[in-house]
Design a binder for this molecule. Structure first.
Ligand SMILES: Nc1ncnc2c1ncn2[C@@H]1O[C@H](COP(=O)(O)OP(=O)(O)O)[C@@H](O)[C@H]1O
Ligand SMILES: [Mg+2]
Length: 470
């Protein structure tokens, strides 16, 4: 039986349309382990609908190598060295390119830029992400985006005139809550906190174009090369972050593909197989999926761990903030990925390329099931917790359908009949559009993204809270 679920893909709009109404346009610049993306989204402030204007995706592995004298501050999952200068060049180049393609004038048509990174493998501490964030900012500046378009406005006058009627900055200030979710007390619990925050906001924003009320409490999962995501509770007016996800996600199918020798390059990824043979379903015995999963660990992080599934974590800060971290790993920090590669070759030899793709879909769907059950066992899933998923390693192929069909709660009922389930493409870019609005208090009271499922807008409660705070 096909269960209830939605897949949200961004709708597109041209830049000329955005010049004719109150469209707030935001660039999301994201340096991922596998791909570096610049996606320009715009929100119609009258309706809160989000559209995509343009998008460019490049392989992060194509970043230029470090030059003599530059210091390498981090590296991607496959060991590509990154320097402040090389990141700056990559970022400014991709922004210029996408802006040109879209026919945009940065000074007129682009109102904000949000930058983020999922590259954390080469960092030793969550704080090191700061260096990357600086390099990304320098790239934005070099592309011609001024600093005021990268920070929260303190007063309506800092916004372009056409948006001043839409801002609530006269009533509330930006206190760090994005779509009414507060970050953990110590923001540096996991290296990918920023991604978790943005995808959570993005899935909430994307849900606005559906009939799903995707507000707190929620659980979000971003299946990029690495895993990110959050669990929020139903506190009012702001939810607390009670769970966070780290570790490997797309790296699992990538290992299966790279071992399969279907793509004759080093560091091949699932992305390299391309679009052909998608949506195929070769019958794969459960035992094959079991064997792959016997190599994968899904667990709550205990004491004394400083890196899990290649992502730096701070478990004592998490304990203090009462955040449960759930991680996915293959061996220790990916040490057993070679075993997965071997498995990829075996599966391909036995079931062919289509069989490998089918296996990957089943493996990823089962990974979602394992993550949800660990979250449930640890009390993170409430009766009305909604689940939102993004990232290519879960939104592609038959994975959404498989999750909708196979995911169930511990009591045995199908998730998609008892809880909401939504898939969003480019969740992080939606999140950049949403976060930029939150930072400038550009919300709508009649169509709120913040607050609890079923409740009305929390603006009144926020004003009260902030008055008490002063
Ligand atoms: N059809 C697919 N099946 C499984 N994984 C895929 C597929 N297409 C891409 N991926 C994997 O998804 C990950 C990239 O997802 P993306 O959301 O772009 O992540 P990132 O932000 O980390 O670059 C990579 O590991 C990539 O190989
Ligand atoms: Mg990503």
């Amino acid at each position: 039986m096909v269960r209830r679920f939605k897949v949200v893909r961004p709708r597109s709009v041209g830049v000329t349309t955005t010049r004719m109404g109150p469209f707030f346009t935001v660039a999301s610049v994201e340096l991922g382990n596998t791909t570096t993306k610049c996606i320009i989204s715009t929100t119609n402030l009258k309706t809160a609908e989000i559209f995509q204007i343009a998008k460019e995706v490049r392989f992060t592995r194509d970043v230029r190598p470090p030059k003599a004298g530059e210091s390498v501050f981090g590296e991607t999952l496959v060991g590509i060295g990154l320097t402040r200068e090389s990141v700056k060049e990559l970022v400014s180049d991709i922004i210029r390119s996408v802006v040109t393609t879209a026919g945009m004038d940065i000074s007129l048509d682009l109102h904000f830029a949000v930058r983020s990174t999922g590259v954390t493998a080469g960092f030793s501490h969550p704080d090191d992400v700061g260096e990357m964030v600086k390099a990304l900012a320098e790239g934005c500046l070099a592309a011609g985006i001024p600093p005021r378009k990268m920070t929260a406005s303190l007063s309506p006058e800092n916004l372009p005139p056409q948006f001043q009627d839409f801002t609530w900055l006269r009533r509330v200030y930006f206190d760090g809550a994005i779509t009414s979710s507060l970050p953990p007390a110590d923001a540096n619990i996991v290296g990918n906190e920023m991604e978790g925050e943005l995808v959570t906001a993005g899935i909430k924003g994307a849900a606005k174009s559906t009939d799903i009320d995707f507000r707190n409490p929620v659980m979000t999962l971003d299946f990029g090369t690495t895993l990110a995501g959050r669990v929020t509770d139903d506190s009012f007016p702001y939810s607390r972050t009670i769970g966070s996800f780290v570790g490997l996600a797309g790296a699992i199918p990538d290992a299966l593909v790279s071992g399969s020798r279907l793509v004759p390059i080093n560091n091949a990824t699932a992305l390299d197989i391309g679009n052909k043979s998608r949506n195929l379903s070769v019958d794969i015995p459960d035992s094959v999926v079991d064997e792959v999963h016997s190599l994968i660990r899904v667990e709550v992080l205990g004491k004394g761990i400083d890196r899990y599934g290649t992502v730096p974590v701070n478990v004592s800060a998490a304990a203090e903030s009462e955040v449960t971290i759930i991680g996915v790993d293959v061996g220790r920090n990916g040490s057993d990925l070679p075993l997965l590669e071997k498995k990829g070759l075996e599966v391909t030899n036995e079931f062919g390329a289509d069989g490998l793709i089918s296996t990957i879909d089943l493996v990823q769907s089962r990974l979602v099931s394992r993550l949800v059950s660990v979250a449930e066992e640890n009390g993170l899933v409430l009766n009305d917790t909604s689940l939102g998923l993004t990232g290519r390693a879960i939104t592609t192929g038959r994975k959404p359908l498989l999750v909708a069909t196979d995911l169930s709660t511990s009591s045995g009922t199908a998730w998609a009949t008892s809880h909401q389930l939504i898939f969003v493409e480019d969740g992080l870019a939606f999140g950049a559009a949403v976060a930029a609005r939150c930072m400038n208090s550009l919300g709508t009271r009649h169509n709120p993204m913040g607050g609890r499922k079923g409740n009305k807008c929390i603006m009144g409660a926020r004003m009260k809270l902030q008055r008490l705070d002063r």
